[in-house]
Ligand binder design. Structure first.
Ligand code: PXL
Length: 278
Protein backbone atom coordinates (compact mmCIF):
# COMPACT_ATOMS: atom_id res chain seq x y z
CA UNK A 1 0.00 0.00 0.00
CA UNK A 2 1.16 3.53 -0.74
CA UNK A 3 2.77 4.96 2.37
CA UNK A 4 2.36 8.53 3.60
CA UNK A 5 5.32 10.53 4.84
CA UNK A 6 5.19 14.04 6.27
CA UNK A 7 7.87 16.71 6.16
CA UNK A 8 7.53 19.54 8.67
CA UNK A 9 10.14 22.00 7.47
CA UNK A 10 10.96 25.22 5.70
CA UNK A 11 10.20 25.93 2.08
CA UNK A 12 13.37 26.56 0.06
CA UNK A 13 12.41 29.16 -2.48
CA UNK A 14 15.20 27.81 -4.70
CA UNK A 15 13.70 24.32 -4.85
CA UNK A 16 16.66 22.13 -3.86
CA UNK A 17 16.61 21.96 -0.05
CA UNK A 18 13.95 22.02 2.67
CA UNK A 19 10.41 20.85 1.94
CA UNK A 20 11.14 20.69 -1.77
CA UNK A 21 14.05 18.27 -1.24
CA UNK A 22 11.91 16.17 1.06
CA UNK A 23 8.87 15.85 -1.18
CA UNK A 24 11.02 15.09 -4.23
CA UNK A 25 12.93 12.46 -2.27
CA UNK A 26 9.76 10.83 -0.93
CA UNK A 27 8.42 10.63 -4.48
CA UNK A 28 11.63 9.02 -5.71
CA UNK A 29 11.24 6.40 -3.00
CA UNK A 30 7.68 5.63 -4.13
CA UNK A 31 5.98 7.31 -1.18
CA UNK A 32 3.23 9.90 -0.88
CA UNK A 33 4.78 13.12 0.45
CA UNK A 34 2.85 15.55 2.66
CA UNK A 35 4.12 18.92 3.87
CA UNK A 36 3.61 21.32 6.75
CA UNK A 37 5.54 24.50 5.97
CA UNK A 38 7.02 26.20 9.04
CA UNK A 39 8.83 29.02 7.32
CA UNK A 40 9.98 30.24 3.94
CA UNK A 41 13.68 30.64 3.21
CA UNK A 42 14.85 33.05 0.54
CA UNK A 43 18.37 33.95 -0.62
CA UNK A 44 19.18 37.49 -1.71
CA UNK A 45 20.59 37.27 -5.27
CA UNK A 46 23.16 40.05 -4.74
CA UNK A 47 24.45 39.29 -1.22
CA UNK A 48 23.64 35.54 -1.06
CA UNK A 49 22.40 36.05 2.49
CA UNK A 50 19.50 33.93 3.65
CA UNK A 51 16.30 35.25 5.24
CA UNK A 52 13.77 33.13 7.09
CA UNK A 53 10.13 34.14 7.21
CA UNK A 54 8.26 32.10 9.84
CA UNK A 55 4.71 31.12 8.97
CA UNK A 56 2.19 32.39 11.56
CA UNK A 57 1.26 29.91 14.27
CA UNK A 58 -2.38 29.43 13.30
CA UNK A 59 -1.43 28.57 9.72
CA UNK A 60 1.16 26.03 10.88
CA UNK A 61 -1.43 24.53 13.19
CA UNK A 62 -3.97 24.20 10.36
CA UNK A 63 -1.40 22.46 8.19
CA UNK A 64 -0.56 20.01 10.99
CA UNK A 65 -4.25 19.35 11.60
CA UNK A 66 -4.65 18.58 7.89
CA UNK A 67 -1.58 16.36 7.72
CA UNK A 68 -2.49 14.36 10.83
CA UNK A 69 -6.21 14.17 10.09
CA UNK A 70 -5.91 10.43 9.44
CA UNK A 71 -3.77 9.84 12.55
CA UNK A 72 -0.08 8.92 12.65
CA UNK A 73 1.87 8.82 9.37
CA UNK A 74 4.29 6.11 8.20
CA UNK A 75 7.17 8.46 9.07
CA UNK A 76 7.72 12.14 9.81
CA UNK A 77 10.76 14.28 9.11
CA UNK A 78 11.47 17.57 10.88
CA UNK A 79 13.71 20.20 9.28
CA UNK A 80 13.88 23.97 9.64
CA UNK A 81 11.36 24.78 12.39
CA UNK A 82 11.24 28.54 12.14
CA UNK A 83 10.00 29.58 15.58
CA UNK A 84 9.57 28.58 19.21
CA UNK A 85 5.80 28.37 18.89
CA UNK A 86 6.21 26.01 15.94
CA UNK A 87 8.28 23.68 18.13
CA UNK A 88 5.57 23.61 20.77
CA UNK A 89 2.90 22.84 18.20
CA UNK A 90 4.94 20.10 16.58
CA UNK A 91 5.66 18.46 19.94
CA UNK A 92 1.94 18.50 20.70
CA UNK A 93 0.97 16.84 17.40
CA UNK A 94 3.72 14.21 17.63
CA UNK A 95 2.73 13.24 21.18
CA UNK A 96 -1.05 13.37 20.62
CA UNK A 97 -0.82 11.16 17.54
CA UNK A 98 1.71 8.74 19.10
CA UNK A 99 3.85 9.38 16.04
CA UNK A 100 6.82 7.05 15.73
CA UNK A 101 9.40 6.87 12.93
CA UNK A 102 10.42 10.46 13.65
CA UNK A 103 13.58 11.75 11.97
CA UNK A 104 14.88 15.09 13.23
CA UNK A 105 17.22 17.04 10.99
CA UNK A 106 18.22 19.75 13.49
CA UNK A 107 18.64 22.53 10.93
CA UNK A 108 20.42 25.49 12.49
CA UNK A 109 22.40 26.93 9.62
CA UNK A 110 22.27 26.84 5.85
CA UNK A 111 25.20 26.51 3.46
CA UNK A 112 25.11 30.09 2.24
CA UNK A 113 26.31 31.24 5.68
CA UNK A 114 27.32 28.93 8.51
CA UNK A 115 26.20 31.17 11.33
CA UNK A 116 23.36 29.83 13.43
CA UNK A 117 20.24 31.45 12.06
CA UNK A 118 17.96 31.15 15.08
CA UNK A 119 19.94 30.41 18.29
CA UNK A 120 16.83 30.71 20.47
CA UNK A 121 15.25 27.62 18.96
CA UNK A 122 18.20 25.33 19.71
CA UNK A 123 17.52 24.89 23.42
CA UNK A 124 13.82 24.35 22.84
CA UNK A 125 14.56 21.71 20.21
CA UNK A 126 16.91 19.95 22.64
CA UNK A 127 14.29 19.92 25.37
CA UNK A 128 11.15 19.11 23.42
CA UNK A 129 11.96 17.33 20.16
CA UNK A 130 15.27 15.49 20.47
CA UNK A 131 13.95 13.11 23.17
CA UNK A 132 11.03 12.16 20.86
CA UNK A 133 13.16 11.45 17.82
CA UNK A 134 14.14 8.01 16.53
CA UNK A 135 16.97 9.38 14.43
CA UNK A 136 18.72 12.74 14.61
CA UNK A 137 20.91 13.83 11.68
CA UNK A 138 23.11 16.83 12.58
CA UNK A 139 25.78 18.13 10.20
CA UNK A 140 29.19 19.06 11.64
CA UNK A 141 28.17 22.61 12.58
CA UNK A 142 25.04 21.36 14.35
CA UNK A 143 27.01 18.51 15.94
CA UNK A 144 29.47 20.91 17.57
CA UNK A 145 26.58 22.89 19.05
CA UNK A 146 24.54 19.91 20.24
CA UNK A 147 27.57 18.03 21.58
CA UNK A 148 29.00 21.19 23.11
CA UNK A 149 32.40 20.63 21.50
CA UNK A 150 34.51 23.40 19.94
CA UNK A 151 35.92 21.23 17.14
CA UNK A 152 35.39 17.89 15.49
CA UNK A 153 38.33 16.96 13.31
CA UNK A 154 39.07 13.34 14.18
CA UNK A 155 37.07 10.12 14.18
CA UNK A 156 37.48 9.92 17.95
CA UNK A 157 36.00 13.41 18.38
CA UNK A 158 33.11 12.41 16.13
CA UNK A 159 32.43 9.36 18.31
CA UNK A 160 32.52 11.43 21.50
CA UNK A 161 30.13 13.92 19.90
CA UNK A 162 27.74 11.11 18.96
CA UNK A 163 27.74 9.90 22.57
CA UNK A 164 27.08 13.41 23.85
CA UNK A 165 24.15 13.85 21.48
CA UNK A 166 22.83 10.37 22.27
CA UNK A 167 22.63 11.41 25.91
CA UNK A 168 20.05 14.08 24.89
CA UNK A 169 17.56 11.27 24.21
CA UNK A 170 17.29 10.21 20.55
CA UNK A 171 17.42 6.48 19.72
CA UNK A 172 20.00 6.88 16.95
CA UNK A 173 22.51 9.59 16.05
CA UNK A 174 23.72 10.00 12.47
CA UNK A 175 26.43 12.65 12.14
CA UNK A 176 26.69 14.02 8.63
CA UNK A 177 30.41 14.68 8.43
CA UNK A 178 30.13 14.66 4.66
CA UNK A 179 32.69 16.48 2.59
CA UNK A 180 33.41 18.98 5.38
CA UNK A 181 35.17 16.39 7.52
CA UNK A 182 38.97 16.61 7.06
CA UNK A 183 40.51 13.89 4.91
CA UNK A 184 39.92 12.26 1.55
CA UNK A 185 36.58 10.65 2.25
CA UNK A 186 33.06 11.89 2.94
CA UNK A 187 32.63 10.40 6.39
CA UNK A 188 29.38 9.94 8.32
CA UNK A 189 28.85 8.19 11.65
CA UNK A 190 25.93 6.00 12.79
CA UNK A 191 25.55 5.41 16.55
CA UNK A 192 22.65 3.56 18.17
CA UNK A 193 23.91 3.71 21.75
CA UNK A 194 25.70 0.37 21.41
CA UNK A 195 27.97 0.40 18.41
CA UNK A 196 29.53 2.89 16.06
CA UNK A 197 29.48 2.44 12.30
CA UNK A 198 31.46 4.79 10.07
CA UNK A 199 30.08 5.20 6.56
CA UNK A 200 32.55 6.27 3.95
CA UNK A 201 32.02 7.55 0.46
CA UNK A 202 34.02 9.47 -2.11
CA UNK A 203 34.38 13.24 -1.69
CA UNK A 204 32.75 14.35 -4.89
CA UNK A 205 34.50 17.06 -6.82
CA UNK A 206 31.34 19.06 -7.32
CA UNK A 207 29.84 22.22 -5.87
CA UNK A 208 26.32 21.04 -6.55
CA UNK A 209 25.72 20.03 -2.95
CA UNK A 210 23.14 22.54 -1.74
CA UNK A 211 20.26 20.52 -0.30
CA UNK A 212 22.44 17.47 0.35
CA UNK A 213 21.83 17.43 4.10
CA UNK A 214 18.05 17.76 3.77
CA UNK A 215 17.92 15.15 1.02
CA UNK A 216 20.06 12.69 3.01
CA UNK A 217 17.75 12.99 6.04
CA UNK A 218 14.67 12.78 3.80
CA UNK A 219 16.00 9.60 2.22
CA UNK A 220 16.63 8.10 5.67
CA UNK A 221 13.03 8.98 6.61
CA UNK A 222 11.76 7.38 3.41
CA UNK A 223 13.76 4.21 4.05
CA UNK A 224 12.35 3.98 7.58
CA UNK A 225 8.79 4.44 6.22
CA UNK A 226 9.44 1.56 3.85
CA UNK A 227 10.42 -0.68 6.72
CA UNK A 228 14.20 -0.73 6.32
CA UNK A 229 16.33 -1.23 9.40
CA UNK A 230 17.84 2.14 10.41
CA UNK A 231 21.41 1.30 9.37
CA UNK A 232 20.22 -0.01 5.99
CA UNK A 233 18.11 3.13 5.52
CA UNK A 234 21.17 5.29 6.22
CA UNK A 235 23.41 3.31 3.83
CA UNK A 236 20.85 3.56 1.02
CA UNK A 237 20.33 7.27 1.74
CA UNK A 238 24.08 7.84 1.37
CA UNK A 239 24.04 6.21 -2.09
CA UNK A 240 20.98 8.28 -3.04
CA UNK A 241 22.52 11.57 -1.97
CA UNK A 242 25.97 10.83 -3.46
CA UNK A 243 24.27 10.29 -6.82
CA UNK A 244 22.18 13.46 -6.36
CA UNK A 245 25.35 15.52 -5.73
CA UNK A 246 27.16 13.98 -8.71
CA UNK A 247 24.30 14.93 -11.03
CA UNK A 248 23.48 18.33 -9.52
CA UNK A 249 22.64 21.54 -11.32
CA UNK A 250 23.20 25.27 -10.93
CA UNK A 251 20.33 27.61 -10.12
CA UNK A 252 22.65 30.59 -10.71
CA UNK A 253 26.39 31.36 -10.60
CA UNK A 254 26.54 30.65 -6.86
CA UNK A 255 24.04 27.98 -5.94
CA UNK A 256 24.51 24.42 -7.07
CA UNK A 257 21.71 22.07 -6.05
CA UNK A 258 21.64 18.33 -5.74
CA UNK A 259 19.30 16.64 -8.23
CA UNK A 260 16.86 14.32 -6.54
CA UNK A 261 15.92 12.48 -9.71
CA UNK A 262 19.40 11.14 -10.40
CA UNK A 263 19.31 7.92 -8.35
CA UNK A 264 16.19 6.61 -10.11
CA UNK A 265 17.39 7.64 -13.58
CA UNK A 266 14.82 10.37 -14.06
CA UNK A 267 16.63 11.27 -17.30
CA UNK A 268 14.52 8.55 -18.86
CA UNK A 269 11.39 10.32 -17.68
CA UNK A 270 12.57 13.58 -19.27
CA UNK A 271 13.03 12.11 -22.72
CA UNK A 272 10.27 9.52 -22.55
CA UNK A 273 6.90 9.89 -24.23
CA UNK A 274 3.94 10.53 -21.97
CA UNK A 275 1.03 8.25 -22.65
CA UNK A 276 -2.00 10.54 -22.33
CA UNK A 277 -4.41 7.67 -22.84
CA UNK A 278 -3.76 6.00 -19.50
O1 PXL B 1 20.05 22.71 4.15
C1 PXL B 1 19.43 23.39 5.15
C2 PXL B 1 18.10 23.98 4.76
C3 PXL B 1 16.98 23.58 5.43
N1 PXL B 1 15.76 24.07 5.17
C4 PXL B 1 15.57 24.97 4.20
C5 PXL B 1 16.65 25.40 3.44
C6 PXL B 1 17.95 24.90 3.72
C7 PXL B 1 19.06 25.34 2.93
O2 PXL B 1 18.96 26.13 2.05
O3 PXL B 1 16.43 26.28 2.46
C8 PXL B 1 14.20 25.48 3.93
Amino acid sequence: MLKKVLSIAGSDAGGGAGIQADIKTFEEYGLFGISSITSILTVDPSTQSADIYPIPRDIVEKQLATAFSGGALDAVKLGLLGSLTNIELIEDYIVRNSQHHLVLDPVMAVKTNDTVLQPEIVSSMIKKLIPLSDIITPNLVETKILANMPKIETKQQMMTAAENIFSLGPKIVVIKGGARFPGYEALDLFFDGRSFEFLTGPKINSQTNHGAGCSFAAAITAGIAKGLQPLDAVKLAKKYVTCAIEHGLYLNDFTGYVWHGAFQNAQQRMIGEINYEN
